[in-house]
Design a protein around this ligand. Structure first.
Ligand SMILES: Cc1ncc(C[n+]2csc(CCOP(=O)(O)OP(=O)(O)O)c2C)c(N)n1
Ligand SMILES: [Mg+2]
Length: 340
């Protein structure tokens, strides 16, 4: 199939229903407040090790989840808490894992970057930059082999897009027409390196063209635009037309991880983005302007979300640390995979 060079920005639909807007608002706010709480717990010494917050990027995963259906899979990098919450994983289990407690998704032995949920088809959490990309194609291969019409959302960053394994994966995914959506979460920075300093092209999705993979740019600060582009990509994959690339232009407000001197960008740059492009504020304004919700209604939602997040932190604090014997469990699979 011939590649299409599609660099247009997908426009947001203004006819999004009240219920949809409220769902987006709730789901994005849950991620924002959860991440803020994780940042606080980190500061208190209750979370240790690596921890990468998703604040600012909420519209990406919430928009794409809105375009998914049961059985679709997702896999991402270490900046993964938002993806877990958006696909319906329990905030309590995620927070308890962050604090290294028994009640966490990996029994407290994985931490921020290593959580999984078979039930929600969430395949991690990967600390090696770009490593999840071939794994995502593998998940899509499994669906194709099984003959279902599910798709896999394979998320990676602008920095990861410079990894060689991404292009080996593009080749195989295009050759075998795998139902995989490559979601490039382009937040403009890879640790302290801006895209302009590290990446030869301004638009990354065009790198699919040599492999015949269509792609497009999406405004990642607009959840409706993300949903709309996601629905198009999903339809392409479900139809058996092979992989699709969504380059979602987004921005992270916080540092790369918890220890980031942030000398590579100005405070004004971050402030401008927060004030003018914030994805949650955008939906909030639409809800108010369209008289879909009053200030009081939104306050009630804010409280509801705050309660969920506080409960998750309480659960995490109360859950015990894993017993010493747990060091010897969950190392090797106990049941060998069945041959087909
Ligand atoms: C193979 C490998 N190289 C380097 C690192 C160190 N490292 C961790 S995150 C990161 C930047 C990745 O940036 P990007 O893909 O844009 O994702 P973002 O952090 O912006 O979400 C680097 C270089 C690593 N974890 N793995
Ligand atoms: Mg990045």
């Amino acid at each position: 199939m011939a590649a299409r060079k599609t660099t247009r920005k997908t426009p947001a639909k203004s006819n999004t229903s009240k219920d949809e807007l409220l769902t987006y608002y709730r789901d994005m706010l849950l991620i924002r407040r959860f991440e803020e709480k994780a940042g606080q717990l980190y500061g208190m010494g209750l979370i240790g090790g690596f921890c990468h917050l998703y604040i600012g990027q909420e519209a990406v995963v919430v928009g794409l989840e809105a375009a998914s259906k049961e059985g679709d899979k997702r896999i991402t990098s270490y900046r993964d808490h938002g993806h877990m919450l958006a696909c319906g994983m329990d905030p309590k289990g995620v927070m308890a894992e962050l604090t290294g407690r028994e009640g966490g998704y990996s029994k407290g032995k994985g931490g921020s970057m290593h959580m999984f949920s078979k039930e929600k088809h969430f395949y991690g959490g990967h600390g090696i930059v770009g490593a999840q990309v071939p794994l995502g194609a593998g998940l899509a291969f499994a669906d194709q082999y099984s003959g279902n019409d599910n798709v896999t959302f394979t998320y990676f960053g602008d920095g990861a897009a410079n990894q060689g394994q991404v292009y080996e994966t593009f080749n195989m995914a295009a050759l075998w027409k795998l139902p995989v959506i490559f979601v490039i979460e382009n937040n403009q920075y890879a640790m302290g390196t801006s895209q302009a300093r590290s990446t030869s092209t301004e638009d990354i999705h065009t790198r699919g063209i040599p492999f015949g993979i269509p792609g497009e740019i999406v405004d990642g600060m607009d959840v409706m635009a993300v949903k709309e582009a996601g629905a198009k990509a999903v339809a392409h994959c479900r139809n058996g037309d092979g992989p699709y690339i969504l380059e979602v232009k987004t921005y992270r407000y916080r540092g790369h991880s918890m220890s980031d001197p942030a000398k590579y960008r100005t405070r004004e740059e971050v402030q401008k983005m927060r004030e003018e492009r914030d994805p949650i504020e955008r939906v909030r304004a639409m809800l108010l302007e369209g008289s879909h919700a009053s200030e009081d209604d939104l306050k009630a939602i804010d409280k509801e979300i705050k309660d969920i997040v506080n409960e998750s932190a309480e659960f995490a604090k109360e859950s015990p640390e894993p017993a010493l014997e747990e060091l010897w469990t969950d190392i090797y699979a106990e049941v060998a995979p069945q041959e087909a």
